[in-house]
Design a protein around this ligand. Structure first.
Ligand code: FE2
Length: 425
C-alpha cells in the first residue's frame, strides 16, 4: 500500500508512506513503487491512530441500568454501579464491549487502556474483558487495569480479587486511594500498589485524588513512591483533579515532585468538567488537573475518554477528538501550540504511557494510521472530521465519507464543506 501526499502531525507536507508486511517501509516525498492499493490523502492529515489510555469498558453503554444518576456526582455514580454490578452477565458485558469497540475503531482508535472493576467476587467483568481483549486483538489493542472500584481496603475481598485478576491476565495494577476510608488508608494503598508493581514488574495506573479536596495528598505519596521505587515511565496518575483546588504554592512544589519521579498524568476532560465542582454553589470549579503547568514541567499529559453512556456520564461517542476538543475548552489551552499538544494528548502521549510498541510514522513502525479530513492537528481538534481511512497492519479497517451538506439558500446554492485549510499556519 502507498498513501500519497500526506500532511503529518509534525507539519511535514507532501509525504508518501510506503507500507508492506504490516510495517511502514519508507516515509518521504515522491516514493516510486508499485502497490496493490494506493490512497491519495490529497494533503490531508495522516496520523498514527488515536489512543484512549483511560476508559471503563465494563460499564460502557449501560446508561439507565438499573436507573439514571440523579445528582450527577461521582459518589452516586459509584453507588449506582454497585446496584448494577450483581446484575451483570458475561454475555451482556461482551456484547456492549464489542459494540463500543466497533465505534472506537470506526473513529480511528487503535488502543484502549480500560480499568476493570475487581470488586465483584464473581470477577465476571474481568473474565468478559479478557475475552473481549482476545476477540478484538486483530483490530484493536486493549490493555486491562485491575481496578478496585470500591476501595482496596474498604472492600473486604478487593486485594484478593485484584491478585486473581492479574492471574487471569489483567495487565496493569489500579487503585483508588481517595475512596478509601481515611487519608491514611489511601496513603497505604498507594504504597502497597506501587510496591506490588515494583515486585511484579507491572505498570501502575491509579485513579488518584479524583476529588475537589484541596488537602488530599495521595498524588504526593504516589510521586514519592514512584521516585523511591524507580517506577518512572511505568506509572500513571489518572484524574489528579484535587490539584485544581490546591494552594498554588503547594501545587508548584508538587508538580516538580511529579516531574522528578517520571510519573505520567491523565486528565479526562469530558468527565472532570461534569463531575467536579458538584458540591460548589458559585463560583463553580472546573476541576481539571493543572495540564499546562504539568506539561511545562515535562510531565507527559494525556487525555482519556473515561466514560461513554454509563453511571457517571450519559454523553460520549468514543471520539478522542471530542475529548481533545473539550480539553482545549475546559483547561483552557487555546494557543496554537496548546491545541497541537491536545492532539498529541490523544495520540503520541497516551501511546507512550501505555508503552505501545511500534507506534509512529517512521520506517519500522507498525502500519497503523488514520487519514483525517482535516488539514492539520489544530483543524482536526476544531472540527472533529471524519476518519476517511482507518488502517491497521497495512489493511483498511474502516472508511468514512467526507462531511458535506447540500445547501439551498438564496444566492448560495451548492455544497458546504467543513475545514480543510482554514486553520492558521
Ligand atoms: Fe476512570
Amino acid at each position: 500500500m502507498i498513501v500519497h501526499n500526506a500532511t503529518l502531525p509534525d507539519g511535514q507536507t507532501g509525504v508518501d508512506i510506503l507500507i508492506s508486511d504490516g510495517l511502514i517501509q519508507a516515509v518521504g516525498p515522491n516514493i516510486q513503487a508499485t502497490a496493490l492499493e494506493e490512497i491519495d490523502a490529497d494533503g490531508r492529515l495522516v496520523s498514527p491512530p488515536l489512543i484512549d489510555c483511560h476508559f471503563h469498558m465494563d460499564a460502557t453503554l449501560s446508561l439507565g441500568l438499573p436507573r439514571l444518576n440523579r445528582s450527577g456526582t461521582l459518589l452516586e455514580g459509584i453507588a449506582l454501579w454497585n446496584e448494577l454490578k450483581p446484575l451483570l452477565t458475561q454475555e451482556a458485558l461482551l456484547e456492549r464491549g464489542l459494540r463500543y469497540c466497533d465505534m472506537a475503531v470506526a473513529q480511528g482508535i487503535g488502543a484502549i487502556r480500560t480499568h476493570v472493576d475487581v470488586c465483584d467476587d464473581r470477577l465476571v467483568g474481568v473474565e468478559a474483558m479478557v475475552e473481549l481483549r482476545a476477540r478484538v486483538s486483530s483490530y484493536l489493542t486493549l490493555q486491562l487495569v485491575a481496578f478496585p472500584q470500591d476501595g482496596l481496603y474498604r472492600s473486604p475481598t478487593a486485594m484478593q480479587n485484584l491478585m486473581r485478576a492479574l492471574d487471569l491476565g489483567v495487565d496493569v495494577i489500579g487503585g483508588i486511594p481517595h475512596f478509601e476510608r481515611t487519608m491514611e488508608d489511601g496513603r497505604r494503598s498507594v504504597t502497597e500498589m506501587c510496591e506490588l508493581g515494583a515486585n511484579l514488574g507491572r505498570m501502575v495506573d491509579l485513579h488518584c485524588d479524583e476529588s475537589d479536596d484541596p488537602l488530599s495528598r495521595h498524588v504526593e505519596q504516589f510521586a514519592y513512591e514512584t521516585q523511591r521505587l524507580g517506577l518512572g515511565g511505568r506509572v500513571t496518575g489518572s484524574h489528579l483533579t484535587s490539584m485544581h483546588s490546591m494552594d498554588n504554592y503547594y501545587a508548584s512544589k508538587l508538580i516538580a515532585l511529579i516531574a522528578e519521579s517520571g510519573m505520567a498524568a491523565i486528565s479526562n476532560p469530558l468527565i472532570n468538567i461534569t463531575l467536579q465542582g458538584r458540591h460548589d454553589t458559585y463560583p463553580r470549579r472546573r476541576g481539571l488537573t493543572r495540564v499546562p503547568e504539568l506539561q511545562a514541567a515535562g510531565v507527559p499529559v494525556a487525555f482519556g475518554q473515561d466514560c461513554v453512556m454509563d453511571p457517571w456520564y450519559s454523553m460520549g461517542s468514543g471520539d478522542m477528538l471530542e475529548v481533545a476538543h473539550m480539553g482545549v475548552h475546559a483547561v483552557p489551552m487555546t494557543s496554537m501550540d496548546q491545541i497541537r499538544s491536545a492532539f498529541d494528548a490523544v495520540t503520541s502521549v497516551p501511546a507512550s504511557i501505555m508503552n505501545l510498541e511500534g507506534y509512529g510514522l517512521t520506517p519500522g513502525c507498525k502500519a497503523d494510521l488514520i487519514v483525517l479530513d482535516a488539514a492539520d492537528p489544530v483543524e482536526a481538534v476544531r472540527i472533529k472530521p471524519p476518519r476517511l481511512h482507518v488502517i491497521r497492519g497495512g489493511k483498511v479497517l474502516a472508511r468514512s465519507a467526507p462531511r458535506t451538506s447540500s445547501l439551498n439558500v438564496p444566492g448560495r446554492p451548492g455544497m458546504v464543506t467543513f475545514g480543510r485549510g482554514i486553520s492558521p499556519a
